[in-house]
Design a protein around this ligand. Structure first.
Ligand code: MSP
Length: 500
């Protein structure tokens, strides 16, 4: 079993403050990283900002300030937002920092020395919003398919990466590593490889000066995507702290939205092959958050501020909604109304009330843990959920963790609610009542530990009350936890007050 896990998010363009779409990718990655740490993996979680390129240069120009001053100001908004969302990253990379630029220059020399870079002329349709070229076929009514905005026809002197040379190698890599590509989007990528052109990897400085200069031609800067992709190497120390790179490379899971899958599924491994680096293990790709069926994006003007949502409903509500109620496999609609309902009905009621009920009942009852007889029925479900989660983490399967295992952990609370309603401990004789409460308490301990990576605030304060650290690694199978954890007497435990 590998003992390390290296998990990344895309690095965001800080031309605007983070919205719910960027919060979605980041939260999914954070939850997986927290699961890995909880299960005992030496985990590194990287996120950060993609600060170069024409989009940022133009945004700064529009404000009349230097791009560095602009991104510095925007970076604080991301740092603040991620703090509010309890994103526990190990390093926050910013591509305009010196260490990153040095690393990228080094990489460019590797690509150049390998003979994979040549000079030519590029003609194509450029979308500044995406920071990429489109072919005529990819345009929709002559416009960018993602931004629904006109593209610019451009012809430039540029350097190219011999991407087409890697077609066969990519196909055999996918074949030998069947879990690298997202299962529901694999065929689409393979089909697109039919026509693989070389990649334009530079911009003339006269047009874009805000970027990493090519070490072999100072009149050109790196295409922002090449600069950005290598954040995954410089972020763990490539070219600066080789220890980190040695420990964590290659990445175990790259989280990406479906619009940037091509870059991570095709361009990124080809660049790495050229450099002679080991390739990442998995790409976890998710659909878009939509509002009334339209992609949430700044250019469409329908963004939701995640920080506002946290202020109104709490961080757990937002994290739970993003992870449990949305599906990575397709686009999912968001509405504040739905968030509020989910908070009140699922978090406050099914989870919060249940914990409070158990605490209140226990406060009025003397239980002796030595006499505990675990319910077989509860034990079966709890143990299989725990085992499945551990196995899935061992298998490094982000989809199964986030799509299935998390929902199974939520279902444990539903089971405990049913268990209590059926047993009605308040009507039971003293001895039976003790057993019911011990079983309920054991269940709550396990379920709250399993959901801690999502419900970080509520489950965190619950475990602080118990004076324990909830980790999957230290969790025993059903029946073995009550004694270890102990149970301080509390008159009540209101973790999630209702919001009206
Ligand atoms: N800077 C590049 C990524 C470089 S990674 C080496 C970029 N940045 S971005 O800010 O435009 O988008 C970052 C991520 O946010 C992408 O994964 C994208 O899919 C995601 N999202 C942006 N809007 C989104 C939604 N409405 N819904 C879900 N995710 C979305 O691309």
């Amino acid at each position: 079993m590998a003992t390390t896990r290296y998990i990344t998010t895309p690095i965001y363009y800080p031309n605007a403050k983070p919205h719910l779409g960027s919060a979605y990718t980041t939260t999914l990655a954070d939850v997986l990283a927290r699961f890995c740490r909880s299960a005992g993996y030496n985990t590194f979680f990287l996120t950060g900002l993609d600060e170069h390129g024409e989009k940022l240069q133009r945004a700064a120009e529009a404000k009349g300030i230097h791009p560095k001053a602009f991104v510095d100001e925007m970076a604080t908004q991301y740092l603040d937002a991620w703090q509010t969302l309890k994103i526990n990253y190990d390093f926050f990379i910013r591509t305009s920092e010196e260490y990153h630029k040095k690393g990228v220059e080094k990489i460019f020399m590797l690509l150049y020395d390998n003979g994979d870079i040549y000079k030519g002329t590029y003609e194509g349709y450029y979308c500044v919003g995406c920071e990429r070229y489109f072919t005529e076929n990819e345009l929709v009514d002559g416009k960018c398919p993602y931004h629904d905005k006109p593209v610019e026809e451009r012809k430039i002197d540029a350097y190219f990466f011999r991407l087409s040379k890697y077609r066969e190698k990519l196909l055999s890599f996918y074949e030998q590593n069947p879990s690298f590509l997202p299962p529901n989007r694999k065929q689409e990528i393979i089909n697109r490889l039919e026509k693989l052109n070389d990649l334009c990897i530079s911009r003339p400085k006269s047009q874009v000066w805000w970027g990493v200069e090519l070490p072999f031609d100072k009149e050109h800067v790196s295409y922002v995507w090449v600069d950005a992709l290598f954040n995954y190497a410089t972020g763990i120390g490539y070219g600066r702290k080789d220890e980190g790179f040695k420990t964590f490379w290659p990445p175990d899971v790259h989280f990406v939205g479906k619009d940037i899958l091509w870059f991570h599924a095709v361009i990124w491994p080809a660049l790495l092959m050229s450099c002679g680096f080991e390739l990442p293990k998995r790409i976890a790709c998710h659909g878009f958050i939509t509002v009334k069926e339209m992609k949430m994006s700044k250019s469409l003007g329908n963004v939701v501020d995640p920080v506002e949502m946290v202020k109104k409903y709490g961080v757990d509500a937002l994290r739970y909604f993003l992870v449990v109620k949305m599906s990575m496999l397709r686009d999912s609609d968001f509405s504040e109304e739905a968030l509020k309902t989910v908070y009140n009905e699922e978090i406050a009621s099914n989870i919060g009330n249940l914990i409070n009920r158990v605490v209140v009942l226990l406060n009025k009852t003397n239980v002796e843990t030595e006499t505990f007889t675990p319910s077989q029925q509860l034990a079966d479900q709890f143990n299989s959920t725990l085992k499945a989660l551990k196995d899935t983490l061992d298998a490094n399967d982000p989809y199964a963790v986030l799509e299935n295992r998390v929902k199974e952990a939520v279902a444990l609370f539903a089971t405990l609610n049913i268990y209590l309603s059926e047993k009605e401990p308040w009507k039971q004789e003293e001895e039976e009542k003790q057993q019911t409460l011990l079983n309920a308490m054991e269940g709550v301990l396990i379920a709250s530990t399993l959901l801690y990576p999502v419900l970080i605030e509520g489950m965190g304060s619950f475990h602080r009350m118990l004076k324990t650290t909830p980790t999957i690694e230290t969790l025993q199978s059903f029946g073995g936890n009550v004694e270890m954890f102990g149970w301080p007497k509390q008159p009540r435990c209101i973790l999630y007050p209702r919001v009206d």
